[in-house]
Design a binder for this molecule. Sequence first.
Ligand code: AMP
Length: 405
Amino acid sequence: MRSWAKVEERLAGLAGRYGYSEIRTPVFEVSELFVRAVGEATDIVSKEMYVFADKKGRSLTLRPENTAPVMRAFIENGLHRSGGITKFWYQGPMFRYDRPQAGRYRQFHQFGAEAIGHAGPAVDAEIIDLSLAIYRMFGFTGLEVRLNSVGCPVCRPGFREILTSALVSMKDELCDTCGERAALNPMRIFDCKECGDIKEKLPVITDHLCDECSEHFSGLQSILRGMDVDFMLDPLLVRGLDYYTKTAYEVLHPGLGGQNALCGGGRYDGLAEECGGGKIPAVGFSAGMERLMENLPEEFAGKLGLDPVDAVFILPEESASAEVLRIAGELRSSGVSVSVDLSGRSMKKQMKVASESGAAFAVIIGPEEIEKKEAAVKILASGGQESVPFAGLTAWMIQERKKVD
Ligand code: AMP
């Protein structure tokens, strides 16, 4: 948890430096939100949602993703009326009934960001840049950015027809699931791990984009090049959520095998309307926290150990505990971190544990010290020892801590 907390703190700081503020949404929502937003024919909605009925029989779902909840909250709270671009980041648990394996869990965590309110490709570029900044900050190298445009409601129906007719002659080559997808949601076939070779033979959406999508896509590419962001065009990239329009992208870690996507996102210009909020363009990404934590480069992971306390209090006898806890409280309220060893183990053992803890000081207070109103303080780095009056202990420790730092 220490490592997670430190990484989360860094992520919040990063998003803050990009001008994004935090949003927290409930862990469950009405099921209808995900069915409409993510899409009925997607794996997430058709197979992976944790759906339950509440006491009034309403269908609720543990959130499988957070873009739809963020948009729902944005509209429900009237934030769309303020105009401009609203920028949010979030982090928290998501739930998908998926086959658990390395890097894939049924409860997992995502950190993500959403920029709501503007259609221009520069916002897409900022989102991509922010997601890459995460991995830069933690020292990742060799990551790949795969970029595509998945079109919009103007050009997608035409492409769907072209794709459907191409699939007619390939029906026998498709896996069973894609056989069903061919009729319901043919673009999902690009997402299939089994139908690898067939995908290469299919027409691709980027050859059939409308003028607006085409202009947006080339605009985004030229901004990314201007920012020195490396990317690869991947016309086979579709994402597992139907709300994407125009931009779709993923950040891949080539060393990871099967679950190699660290992060993914794109534009979702139609989602606000699905949520009852009118035409509000938006773009965002979501990054898997487990995949980030499990693959942190050594150099950074090594810095994520425990933060030692400043002082460990050692009790030769339990009878000293009231006085020790009182003094420890005084120190803590002045910002000195203190751990009191209440284990009752031998002095020798307590001292050994304190020395190995990385603390700067071991403070011994027993009946003798209470009598004299002086603590015996051991400076662990140098092995030096001093008697410090209780009354001056806080000031002494703050002073000495500066020297140790
Ligand atoms: P998605 O919401 O499907 O676009 O996924 C965004 C990112 O979340 C992925 O790139 C993964 O890093 C992470 N992710 C998605 N599903 C899971 C899962 N079941 N377990 C762990 N991480 C996941």
